[in-house]
Design a binder for this molecule. Structure first.
Ligand SMILES: Cc1cc2nc3c(=O)[nH]c(=O)nc-3n(C[C@H](O)[C@H](O)[C@H](O)COP(=O)(O)OP(=O)(O)OC[C@H]3O[C@@H](n4cnc5c(N)ncnc54)[C@H](O)[C@@H]3O)c2cc1C
Length: 530
């Protein structure tokens, strides 16, 4: 007997920040939801970002006042619901003679930023004179330095964890989350959605489901997903490529984040203290190539190194100092003409009525505004379903790791062999959910042993991740759950030990374990430069 396809109110295509946020919001409002990603969650644009939860000072230059206002308000909500992941960050803008943006322009921008973040919880900006900024940051280039403006924004060091926690919350509210499930066809007829087919990219298994509405939240792949419908669509995405490099603390390195005007092209870029390292980026170049394997080019890496060395002359950074680099494409609305930086960062929720009622695509957006975007999208989904949905609760329903931090810290402090730095690391990554790692050790004391030499990574962490965090490959575990892939050494010394534990828990045979290890090393190598 043929099995009826599973039915859902909503299928979300793409488990980046937007798809995850939409799935969580929809599930919390009582819809039956499935979210599918062709790879792991947060393996697209959301991980290659600058990891800032920011108003976007630069957007003021392009008159995007509503976007800055929205972003600054979202920053407040994200601090509230994900305080363990989204932390305040002080950013300084040095002002040099002859710069495109002089002291008055920057001052006006700062005042507008403060005004737009009305009711904010972060402090107002402060202007520093030359002497004050040199005293704070002695490594800063002094020639032509006039003053500096310092203001607060926020940083989500592990955007991957923000996405994951949205998915875990969606799952707790009843959503189904399928990774490595590539949508291959959106079926429709007589103006209605009739099915959605997907293929498990690890097992090759094909499946068809029957969602009543679909949100295409596939970021830079939006046009490709639309191409799986029977109707030809115009192009919606015209992405620009952005690259970052990661280096260790360098001579003269700033204590705080810096937002600097590049000498080469006048574009502002960031030098950000991040993950005990420095994240430097980004570039902004129109991109039409393959989306599967985007790399930072040598030219982009040199640009970022040269500009950093110019502002912090003692740094003397060279290609050999770059631990790794990452690059991706901003899923911006398609525009043929005009400067890249002027393309709007506002999101568009496109309704595809000409294809089928209940089909939507997300074009553009920012990490910062994902929650609000999700709320607006789910409101539209509710209308398409003809349902009066309960009010959105995502602005004050905290994410799973945001509570119980003190309790988790107390439980972990009692674990033999785990160092203080190790406890803080676990809290930074898992928030209050880290308590479950201590509980696991209480049940299975053999898992208390640390697999590194510094008491930072207990074996129980890997077992916890496997049981609770939906990874399917070793790369998922290292890069998007434990976050050690983003360390200076990319976590390489621990690969074999993690693989051994994962093989045992997952029941991988030797061949599968070796393949997983090979793929992980290939991925790590692909981020190297030079
Ligand atoms: C260089 C750079 C820096 C940035 N910095 C910031 C910043 O500091 N702050 C900020 O707020 N924003 C920033 N952004 C913007 C922000 O990162 C993105 O707008 C946001 O992450 C987009 O999320 P998304 O969920 O729409 O897309 P993605 O994260 O790309 O997710 C889309 C998902 O869809 C999946 N998918 C694709 N095709 C299919 C298919 N056929 N079937 C199933 N799944 C599929 C992909 O695998 C992917 O995981 C930056 C962007 C870039 C490029």
């Amino acid at each position: 007997m043929a099995v009826e396809p599973r039915q859902y109110d909503l299928a979300v295509v793409g488990a980046g920040v937007n798809g995850a946020g939409i799935a969580r919001d929809a599930a919390l409002r009582g819809l039956s939801v499935i979210v599918l990603d062709q790879g792991d969650m947060c393996s697209g644009t959301s991980w290659i970002s600058s990891r800032l939860i920011h108003g976007g000072l630069r957007y003021l230059e392009y008159g995007e006042i509503p976007l800055v206002y929205e972003s600054l308000h979202e920053r407040r909500y994200l601090r509230r619901i994900a305080g363990h992941l989204v932390r305040p960050l002080r950013i300084c803008i040095p002002i040099y003679e002859g710069a495109r943006r002089g002291p008055w322009l920057i001052r006006i921008g700062m005042l507008a930023y403060d005004l737009l973040s009305w009711r904010k919880t972060l402090r107002h900006h402060k202007m520093l004179d030359r002497g004050e900024i040199i005293a704070r940051e002695p490594g800063l280039r002094r020639d032509g330095l006039r003053a500096a403006a310092c203001y607060y924004d926020a940083q989500v060091a592990y955007a991957e964890r923000l996405v994951l926690e949205n998915l875990l919350a969606a799952r707790s509210a009843g959503a189904e989350v399928l990774t490595y499930s590539q949508v291959t066809a959106i079926e429709h007829g007589e103006g209605r959605i009739t099915g959605l087919s997907y293929r498990d990219t690890l097992t090759g298994q094909q499946e068809t489901i029957q969602p009543r509405t679909i949100v295409n939240a596939s970021g830079p792949w939006v046009d490709e997903v639309l191409a799986t419908t029977a109707r030809k669509c115009k192009r919606f995405i015209g992405g620009t490529k952005g690259s970052h490099i990661v280096v260790s603390r360098f001579p003269g390195a700033p204590r705080e984040a810096f937002y600097v005007e590049a000498a080469a092209d006048g574009r502002p870029f960031f030098i950000l203290p991040w993950n005990d390292l420095y994240l430097i980026g980004t570039t902004d170049i129109r991109y039409k190539g393959d989306l599967a394997s985007i790399r930072a080019s040598r030219k982009e890496v040199d640009y970022l190194l040269d500009e950093t060395n110019r502002v912090f002359p003692d740094a003397q950074l060279a290609i050999a100092n770059v631990h790794y680099a990452y690059a991706g494409v901003r899923p911006l609305p398609h525009r043929e003409k005009g400067p890249e930086s002027a393309i709007t960062r506002k999101h568009i929720i496109k309704t595809h009525r000409r294809i089928a009622d209940g089909l939507f695509s997300i074009i553009g957006g920012k990490l910062t505004t994902y929650r609000n975007l999700a709320e607006q999208t789910v409101d539209k989904v509710g209308k398409a379903l003809g349902k009066k949905l309960p009010e959105c609760r995502t602005d004050d329903t905290i994410l799973p790791g945001a509570w119980g931090l003190d309790d988790a810290r107390d439980s972990l402090a009692g674990v033999n062999g785990l160092s203080d730095v190790g406890v803080e690391r676990l809290l930074r990554v898992y928030g209050g959910r880290a308590k479950a790692i201590a509980s696991l050790i209480a049940e299975r004391p053999d898992l208390a042993r640390c697999i590194d030499d510094h008491g930072k990574v207990p074996a129980a962490e890997i077992v916890f991740v496997l049981a609770e965090e939906l990874p399917r490959t070793l790369t998922d575990i290292v890069y998007r759950r434990m976050m050690i892939g983003l360390d200076a050494d990319q976590g390489r010394p621990l690969y074999n030990k993690i693989a051994a534990i994962a093989a045992q828990e997952f029941g991988w045979d030797d061949e599968r374990a070796a393949n997983e290890l090979r793929s992980l090393i290939e991925f790590s190598d692909s981020l190297r430069v030079g």
